[in-house]
Design a protein around this ligand. Structure first.
Ligand SMILES: [Zn+2]
Length: 380
């Protein structure tokens, strides 16, 4: 007698190259088998007829230090209940406030939360977090990363000149130190490039990144306030050669929709130039609840842009699992993998989607969460 069977759904599992009707058997929190028709007995049966079944979705950019930072949302109601079983928290906590994040959020929530440690000791309690370089405690960051080695994946840094002056003139120095901290601890780096410090362009930052590091907000809009731009396109709307070289070196580009970082115009031009992000993420935070909304809505925007559903699913399952070092364990439903399963409703009609500038885009597909299973347990 197995614990659970998810029956009759259309499974999309790009890691296994599966797209078709499959039943999935689960026991003791793991996937036991996946086949076209399984009639074994199970304690619980989820009927997914007419619905899309995917590995539990992975959101590679979120802010879930609820109550600890103004940007923090509650991970279970905002992510897990909306289909996302694993999130990467993008540097909400730094070394001074990480233990609170671990004890009161990461260890208590049902959502699987993988943190990046902010290189600023105070995380995102009160941006600008690195305009004062005294907030960068190198030894403290390395010590906390070492002490939480099985949890913390690496470090986060944000660049923006005025008015969102996250880092002021300290870009080059902070970038050198985050590089060292990543080397010392074997972690990855996520860079949020908005507008670069004067004399420190995106290209120089890309040169300092290594294989497996992440550049988030790759489809951010151009905005006069944020000059000089950190965008991935040149004046003709083509992807910069330095960005293409970075992808060839194994650097990951992530969407990070958020409240100010996703433009249909940028996305269309980049996709037209054969640039595909590594991962689609929401950058969900208190300011992004209206814009990014949730992962199924963000997925629907990429369907509207013309990406096939199987590709969209790959960018939210197999790809982020690989970035996080959980290839074959998360982001797939192959036998032995974690039984994190998302069942989605795919509605068709006429829908209007908006980017962060308020530009609209028409689409014919709308994804909505239906059933979410985390570690073999039905959570909604
Ligand atoms: Zn963010």
């Amino acid at each position: 007698m197995y614990d659970l069977i998810v029956k009759n759904g259309t499974l999309i599992d790009p890691y296994q190259n599966i797209e078709g009707r499959r039943d999935i058997v689960v026991s003791e929190g793991k996937v036991v088998s996946v086949d076209e028709e399984i009639n074994s007995a199970a304690k619980r049966v989820v009927d997914a007829s007419g619905r899309i079944v995917t590995p539990g979705l992975i959101d590679l950019h979120t802010h879930v230090y609820w109550g600890g930072t103004p940007l923090g949302v509650d991970p279970d109601s905002t992510c897990l209940m909306r289909g996302v079983t694993t999130v990467l928290d993008a540097g909400s906590a730094g070394c001074n406030n990480f233990l609170g994040f671990r004890k009161f959020i990461i260890e208590r929530c049902k959502t699987r939360i993988i943190p990046l440690l902010h290189i600023s000791s105070v995380g995102l309690i009160k941006p600008p977090e690195l305009e004062d370089i005294r907030n960068l405690d190198y030894d403290g960051a390395v010590e906390v990363a070492e002490a939480n080695k099985n949890l913390i994946k690496g470090f986060k840094i944000r660049f923006a000149s005025p008015p969102n002056n996250h880092i002021g003139k300290n870009g080059p120095q902070a970038m050198r130190l985050i590089r060292e901290a990543a080397e010392d601890t074997g972690g990855i780096i996520m860079v949020h490039p908005k507008s670069m410090s004067p004399g420190f362009p995106l290209e120089e930052i890309l040169n300092l990144l290594r294989k497996s590091d992440i550049v988030t907000h790759c489809f951010a809009p151009t905005h006069p306030l944020y000059l000089p731009h950190a965008e991935i396109l040149d004046e003709d709307g083509k992807v910069l050669p330095s960005v293409k070289r970075a992808t060839q070196r194994g650097i990951n580009f992530d969407v990070g929709h958020g409240s100010g970082n996703f433009s249909f115009d940028t996305a269309m031009k980049a996709l037209a130039d054969d640039f595909l992000p590594t991962t689609i993420s929401t950058d969900i935070n208190t300011a992004a609840l209206k814009t990014a909304k949730d992962m199924p809505t963000t997925m629907s925007k990429f369907l509207a842009l013309g990406l096939p559903l199987s590709k969209v699913v790959e960018l939210i399952t197999a790809n982020p699992a690989k970035v996080l070092g959980f290839e074959g364990v998360l982001g797939t439903l192959k036998p032995g993998a974690e039984a994190d399963i998302t069942v989605l409703e795919l509605e068709t009609g006429e829908y209007t989607f908006y980017d962060v500038k308020g530009e609209s885009f028409r689409g014919k597909d709308l994804l909505k969460p239906h059933t979410v299973i985390k570690g073999g347990e039905i959570v909604t």
